[in-house]
Design a protein around this ligand. Structure first.
Ligand SMILES: *Cc1c(COP(=O)(O)O)cnc(C)c1O
Length: 384
């Protein structure tokens, strides 16, 4: 595997350890707490690749090695969920008396973590608008700028290289939740981010059957990330890492299809009279399109839909009758989903014309999905 290889090629070969496992293609699931040492001298030297289950097994290391290569990272730690990945990344850079600058379009539970648990440990969080210049907002005690691009629910694209430049000029760390693009479409560390965060629950797992997160660090942040992860006793099971690694093999192929179908749906919806606007950075009309095009190599299947004003009963008639779109949280699996978006903003930077919905374009046929949406919008119109 070489760095110039395309993501499809990398995803197939990364992290494989067949020669250590009798030629078996996939690294098997290791379930381990105790790992035995041959003698006291080995125990004292503490140089075995595997020392204790919590510190990793060949299954976790296979996954982390693959992710390191995809992210261009010095070190990756695997954790039980995407939310936990955000928390451990923040905890590895912030302490009592510090200030964290958090993007207002971040995943809601990440904001809640900052406003409750993190606050209790003496870290102050303030919010910035996704497209705001962060330089004037940095305080003497600012330790980190947290980014998520495109943002959760509203999909604003951030100028990550500009944010990284402003932050690094003041010795401030840059953290980014990159779940939307995955390392296939955007590599945060190559754009100046110090800690790249992923809810592997979504596209990496890809089959709606695993909860997992990871954080990938550059050289300067690897040691503190590793230390924090270890001290908190965080551990992801071999079964879950196995599933995530299995998902990773087809990640670029699935994403290509999610992208194509997502864009087909977005374009079709944007032309409908019931729709105020579609929030999708790969649409030429989107305010974030130029930045997205400059920095990202693709778009996933998740986007937003702002309807023209409509009563709740009309939205329910639209959503409840859909055949191919499930109603539920999470996304990134093979199936299409739709969910109302509840947007909470401190910076007042998002105003919707009507009800906002979040759609995930799954791996079904795009024509079937559009026919389903068309019938749904007819039901909506009847109730307006
Ligand atoms: C879902 C999600 C998370 C949290 O992931 P979980 O595995 O559900 O904890 C974090 N960030 C973003 C952007 C997400 O969409």
């Amino acid at each position: 595997m070489e760095d110039k290889d395309k993501p499809e090629t990398k995803a197939v070969s990364l992290g494989r350890m067949s020669d250590e496992h009798f030629g078996v293609v996939n690294t098997p699931v290791y379930r381990a707490s105790t790992i035995l040492y041959p003698d006291l001298a080995a125990l004292k030297a503490n140089k075995q690749p595997y020392t204790y289950g919590r510190r990793g097994t060949p299954t976790t290391r296979s996954f982390e090695a693959a992710i390191n290569a995809l992210e261009g990272a010095a070190r990756t730690v695997t954790v039980p969920s995407g939310l936990n990945a955000n928390a451990v990344a923040i905890l590895s850079v912030c302490g009592a008396g510090d200030h964290l600058l958090m993007v207002d379009s971040a995943y809601e539970p990440t904001k809640t973590f900052c406003e409750t648990t993190l606050k209790r440990f003496g870290v102050e969080t303030t919010y910035y608008a996704p497209t705001e210049d962060v330089a004037p907002l940095l305080k003497p005690n600012t330790k980190a700028v947290f980014c998520e691009s495109p943002g959760s629910l509203t999909f604003e694209v951030q100028d990550i290289p500009a944010i990284a430049k402003a932050a690094h000029a003041k010795n401030v760390s840059v953290l980014m939740d990159n779940t939307w693009a995955t390392p296939v479409f955007f590599q945060p560390l190559k754009h100046g981010v110090d800690l790249s965060i992923q809810a592997a629950t979504k596209y990496v797992g890809g089959h709606a059957d695993v909860m997992l997160g990871y954080v990938s660090a550059n050289d300067s942040h690897a040691a503190q990330l590793h230390e924090t992860h270890g001290n908190l006793g965080l551990y992801a099971s071999g079964d879950d890492c196995f599933l995530a690694l299995r998902g990773l093999r087809t990640l670029p192929v699935r994403l290509a299809r999610h992208q194509e179908t997502g864009l087909a749906l977005a374009r079709w919806l944007a032309a409908r009279p019931e729709v105020a606007r579609v929030l999708h950075p790969a649409l030429e009309s989107d305010p974030g399109h130029a930045l997205w095009k400059r920095d990202f190599s693709g778009a996933c299947g998740l986007f937003g839909l702002v309807l023209k004003p409509a009563p709740e009963a009309a939205v329910a008639a639209f959503v409840d009758g859909l055949q191919h779109f499930g109603i539920g949280y999470s996304w990134g699996g093979f199936e299409s989903l739709i969910v109302p978006a509840h947007i909470r903003r401190s910076t007042g930077t998002f105003a919707a014309e009507g009800p906002v919905l979040r759609l995930h374009a799954g791996l079904e046929d795009a024509g079937d999905l559009i026919a389903d949406l068309e019938k749904g919008l007819a039901r909506l119109k009847e109730k307006i």
